[in-house]
Design a protein around this ligand. Structure first.
Ligand SMILES: [Zn+2]
Length: 302
């Protein structure tokens, strides 16, 4: 095995390539094996250089943290394709540690709902632990020793579902003057920021990004890899503008869930007596794959 090559190709390497090339690496959530495979196959087929797959605390609880690591590892080896498993919005040090210990490639230490100093303390604690774990993994010669850590600043509202309306206020946006201090004190690799984005999809209002605000953030602190959360429901041109402004990682969840659910719903309407899981799940995975292909093309600027 080519150790050198494998060591270079960690997540931060792919994000730095995306930064140079002005494109973005996709991040998609999964809670089931079929959806995970669909996301990965579609990303590879659409020509994404790498893909991030994530589990929220809830999704990880359903799937199993160790099981997620084992399955991602198996698929990665089978396909020889760079897949990075991310602990998405893990909210305590204990949960982040559990994911790192199990073998996740990446964690989001999300203390954004905490007071600023506590958010910094959490992110720093997770970064320190991840660095230690990375060093240990290098010693035993694991494939991907570098764990990438993301912090979050600003109030990202919503949940990964379809809602009628969410109050979006510039008061919740990430404050450009706070980012440099956060990065310096925590040592995080990636930064989730708020500039009009919300989690989930809202039906009764237009979702719109404030690109000028993001430019203030990235100008004030250009170092970290900037991440856009809650891209479901945004217009393609808003996502493209965010990538052109410096976003290198885009999170998609709700649109995949809707595609999956609607396809299962359609199958049961057409075939109410269908009981074979792989028969009613297969069309749902195909719909998820279509969405992923479309998003990868958008992220790559194709
Ligand atoms: Zn998110």
């Amino acid at each position: 095995m080519n150790d050198l090559k494998l060591k270079i190709k960690n997540l931060n390497f792919f994000l730095s390539e995306a930064k140079k090339g002005m494109y973005a690496i996709g991040h998609f959530n999964f809670a089931t094996e079929d959806m995970l495979r669909g996301i990965i196959e579609a990303s590879r087929d659409a020509g994404a250089p790498a893909v991030m797959v994530g589990t929220s605390e809830g999704e990880a609880g359903f799937f199993g943290i160790k099981e997620a690591v084992a399955l991602v590892k198996t698929i990665k080896e089978d396909l020889n394709y760079p897949i990075f498993l991310n602990a998405d919005h893990f909210k305590s040090f204990e949960k982040c540690k559990e994911a790192i210990d199990a073998g996740y490639d990446s964690v989001i230490a999300d203390g954004s709902k905490l007071p600023n100093d506590q958010n910094i303390t959490l992110a720093k604690q997770v970064v320190n632990y991840a660095r230690l774990a990375s060093a240990k993994r290098s010693e035993v010669g694991s494939i991907n020793p570098d764990i990438s850590v993301e912090g979050e600043l600003g109030y990202l509202k919503g949940a990964s579902e379809v809602q009628a309306k969410i109050e979006i206020s510039p008061a919740d946006y990430t404050k450009p003057e706070e980012v440099a201090d956060f990065v310096a004190r925590t040592g995080i690799d990636r930064m989730a920021v708020v500039f009009g984005n919300i989690h989930g999809i809202v039906t009764d209002q237009e979702e719109k990004l404030d690109i000028a605000h993001f430019l203030k953030i990235i100008t004030a602190e250009p170092k970290p890899y900037y991440v856009l959360h809650g891209a479901s429901g945004l217009k393609d041109e808003d996502i493209t503008a965010a990538i052109q402004a410096g976003i290198v990682n885009v999170h998609f969840n709700t649109e995949l869930r809707v595609a999956y659910r609607d396809a299962i719903d359609k199958t049961f309407h057409e075939k109410p007596n269908e009981t074979t899981p792989y028969k009613y799940l297969a069309p749902a995975v195909e719909e998820v794959k279509k969405v992923v292909v479309q998003k990868i093309k958008l992220f790559m600027g194709k």
